[in-house]
Every structure is written in C-alpha cells, then in structure tokens.
Design a protein around this ligand. Sequence first.
Ligand SMILES: [Zn+2]
Length: 316
Amino acid sequence: MILGYETIINKIIDTTGLSRQDIEVKINQKLKDLQDLISREGAAHIIANELNVKLFDNLNRSLKVNQVEAGLNSVNLIAKVINIYEIKTFHKENRQGRIGSILVGDETGAIRLVVWDEKLIELIKDIKQGDILKINNSYSKQNNNGFKELHLGSKSQIIINPENETIQEVKINSSSNRKQINDVNENEFVELFGTIVQVFEPKYYNSCNVCNKKLMQEGELFKCPEHGNVPPKKVPILNIFFDDGTGNIRAVLFRDQAEKLILNKTNFEEIKKEVLGKQLILKGKINKNELFNRLEIVVNNIEEPKPEIILAEMQK
Ligand SMILES: [Zn+2]
C-alpha cells in the first residue's frame, strides 16, 4: 500500500494536532539525518511512526467473521483458535505441498483458515487452542460445502496473541438457516432438527487424504484428480432417512460425519441399534437427486442437540 506525501501529512495533522509547519520541520530534519537516502514520503512515514500515527488504520480495518464474504482480498481478522487440524501433504505434478487448517471464531461466528504458505505452516506448531490470532492480508473463498474460508498465502501474516486483543465468547453455531423439511429448496444450505427413522448399510470408498475426493485406482496406485498419487484413506458413506414431523428426507453422510454415527462399529445390526431414533441437528446442502426426482441433504455437519434444545423444539 502506497500513501502519498499529502495523505501522510494530513493524517499526522489529524491525529496529533501539530501544525503542517512543525511536521515539515521534523521531516526535513529526518531527511538531513539520513543524508537524503530516503524519499520525502519515506521520511514522512518515519515521522508518523515516531509520533504513533497509525497510517493504515482505516485501510486495514479488521473484519468480524460474519462480515467475511467470498472473494475479498486483504482480509484482516482477529479470532480465537477453536481447533487445529492435522497438516496435510499433497503431491501434484512433481510438486509437493502442505496445507494447514485452523478453525477460529469470534463473537459473530466461526471460520476455517486454510494455510498454504510454508513459513506460516511452520508457525502452526506454536499455536494452541484458545490463542488469539491476528490474521493479516488473507483472502476469502467459498468452499464446496458453501462455507466461507480464509486462505493464507505468502503475503499473509499470522500474529499469535497480539497485545491488547481479546475475544469474548466465541459463537460457533448459527441457527439462522434452520428449516423444516417440508420447506427446503434445492441448492439451499440448511440446518434441520429431527430424528433418524431409517438407516442403510454403510458403503466404503478410497478417498484423497487432502481433499477427500474419491480416488481412481490405477494398478497399485490411487490417484486424486487434483492431488495426484496419494495414500488412500478408506472412508464410509452412510445414508439415512431423517424426519422432523413435517416430512422426511434422505440424508447422505460422508467420512467424518458418517463416522460420528457409526463409531467404529462394523456390524450393521449394531450400527442400526446405535443410530435409529437418534435426535440430531443436521447441517448441509439440499441437492436434487435427478434419478429419483427427490431432494436429499448432503450433510457437512451433525450435532447432538443439548437437552434444552430438544425441549424447546418439542414445544414449538
Ligand atoms: Zn485430492
């Protein structure tokens, strides 16, 4: 970011109340001290710093999580670490890379940080749950599940536990997308509250350990369309019917979400016993199954509701 000389002078006047003349005397002195090795603008920058004038205050405004929209550049954010995920490695066309992933939140919501820069990935070792992170110069994207993410590349910065920054209660969930099953529409991201009324035997497939896409087998090797040859990870798909009293819907749960219900059980009878009748909050995207001409929900998160939520829902 380049600020012109006039902008800097005006900022200094606004912040300190010094006269223009006083400021220029200081700038001239600085130029002399540094034997004209820097520009007039550069000297003005130094004077601003010496006078504690924050030149980038307005330009580098921090966003709150719920203000992050997809497609923003230079996003700054201060948030608390909720969870740190395993660093993943991928290979692509003879290139190897790593991706770090951290869930952070503030008073307005939670968002995932996707870290691509090696220097920042090294820094993740020093980050603990509950730390405050100041993120500078990240960019925002919407992922395949409809969630916004902040991506950190080589121009981004993470400051761990910056001085004078606190985050009160972190808001992890938002019920703003809560819907009834008879009211959902194709391509919508919704949250449903209901009961599992039917469960089908889980299926297993080989997935990429980076992006979780299904792998193609080529001889002994497994190949991800995006990440090349990767070690395969066996993951389940679980189909259930979910009912909330207004209707029912087929829900498809992949990997982590399926595992949350299957709980390492391999016997289908045991899985049924565990899963049938369970009351849950499902979050995900409504898709149209063209083959059967019906709506389904592809679940990206399940939660067991707290007892007080069940009570409140039953009284609706
Ligand atoms: Zn992949």
